[in-house]
Design a protein around this ligand. Structure first.
Ligand code: MN
Length: 303
């Protein structure tokens, strides 16, 4: 009997042990909503314990998916350590930039996914670049215009969900020349307000293609809008919990809290489950505080 051919897709994520649970939820939600696709998940083992690796393997195996571990190439590590760094830009933010240089030539496209996201539908659109010049597929950042103007580009994507054309990127940069370019970019402070996100948008300027916002719906700012648009909410394929307002925190109140909790609950002890719900009144207070901070920020920026 001939085996049915399953579609294979390569994805990648970067995290350390502290982000284990959100990373597991990201992977589980991806598999649950993309059945019939076999995922090969690439990550760097540099910041992961044996326990975390075993956990990822067991989660992925439950969906017939595979984990591939990479180590940063020795010369990459050396180059990174020579590159200028800032307090808020850790070495780990560079890891995903090395995907083209550690993954073998047989892989064309890879979808990088942040761990503070929940997947709710098919991610196939993210693999379908239309322009042959495209090296990066992503979704416009919620503050695209401001950031694009600041760094002088016409498209500015949020880098939490990104498809990378690996052979194309290798043609454009070697690992060494990319590092050199990053050093130049980092030499100008106005270019690195948002760290690696600014760097990626500058490195691939002119080679970025955007897909609809439902593929990286950045929550918080869109909160009120979401509540008024339930039809749009249903269509969101990837919910991205940007800023410090994360759904695994017990005071998290905003959209998709219940849906996220349906994945989260099995990772919590009975006490933690209770605490998650007990945290809601605190969440109301925090929400007002956050809103006030947001208003203050807007006022400060308007000056
Ligand atoms: Mn994120």
């Amino acid at each position: 009997m001939e085996r049915e051919k399953t579609m294979e897709r390569h994805i990648s994520f970067c995290c350390d042990d502290n982000y284990l649970i959100p990373a597991c939820i990201m992977l589980e939600s991806l598999m649950k909503n993309n059945q019939g696709v076999r995922f090969i998940a690439h990550t760097f083992s540099d910041d992961l314990s044996e326990d975390s690796i075993r956990k990822f393997e067991s989660i992925l195996r439950s969906g017939d998916c595979e984990l591939v571990l990479h180590e940063l190439p020795e010369n990459a590590r050396e180059l990174i350590s020579n590159a200028p760094t800032l307090a808020h830009i850790s070495i780990a933010t560079y890891y995903r930039l090395f995907l083209p240089y550690v993954i073998d030539d047989s892989v064309d496209m890879i979808l990088y996914l942040d761990c503070d996201i929940m997947i709710r539908g098919s991610v196939e659109t993210l693999f379908g670049a239309k322009d042959p010049n495209t090296l990066i597929v992503g979704v416009s950042d919620i503050n695209e215009e401001d950031h694009a103007n600041r760094i002088g580009v016409d498209k500015y994507v949020n880098t939490g969900v990104l498809t990378l054309d690996l052979p194309g990127i290798r043609k454009m940069y070697t690992a060494e020349s990319m590092l050199e370019e990053i050093s130049i970019i980092m030499g100008q402070p106005e270019n690195i307000v948002l760290g690696d996100q600014d760097i990626i948008n500058l490195l691939f300027k002119g080679h970025i293609e955007e897909v609809p916002i439902i593929y990286n719906f950045q929550l918080l700012i869109h909160k009120k809008y979401c509540m008024k648009n339930p039809a749009l909410m249903r269509r969101i394929v990837i919910a991205h919990f940007i800023t410090g307002d994360k759904p695994w925190n017990n005071d998290y109140l905003i959209v998709f809290a219940r849906e996220y909790y349906s994945y989260l609950r099995k990772y919590l002890t009975p006490w933690q489950r209770t605490a998650w719900w007990l945290g809601k009144p605190k969440g109301v207070v925090n929400m007002f505080e956050r809103h006030k901070k947001w208003v203050d920020l807007q006022k400060a920026e308007a000056k």
